[in-house]
Write a new protein. Structure first.
Length: 117
């Protein structure tokens, strides 16, 4: 029974990260809305879900800010390279975080501004 509960907790922790992929399939601000919805619904169930939800949200808000700055820099040409790098980093780090969360490991994204504590 306890093992099943832990698996459920790890699964929801993973969903907190994977929900950010909504932004990649065209949902406007889906990278923020997805983790926000999962976190708001499940944050009271377990501290692991709460922590991973906040981590995912903070990272996605940070990546959105970085993306906006890079988009503004497109006029200086360097922005195109930055946008590609930010998109790839976002995708790769979300996958890494999802795998770690599914294994029950706490994951902290690099280069994240901690808006929600």
């Amino acid at each position: 029974m306890v093992e099943n509960y832990e698996k459920q907790v790890h699964l929801w922790g993973m969903f907190c990260h994977l929900a950010a992929l909504l932004g990649f399939i065209g949902v406007p601000f889906g990278n923020i809305i997805g983790p926000l919805v999962v976190w708001l619904i499940k944050r009271d169930d377990d501290s692991f879900i709460d922590e991973q939800g906040k981590e995912s949200l903070n990272f996605q808000i940070s990546m959105t800010i970085y993306g906006i700055v890079a988009a503004l820099l497109v006029f200086v040409v360097v922005g195109i390279i930055l946008l590609i790098a930010i998109g790839l980093a976002d995708l790769i780090l979300v996958i890494i975080a999802s795998v770690k969360a599914s294994n029950g490991e706490y994951y902290r994204y690099p280069c994240t501004i901690r808006f929600i504590k």
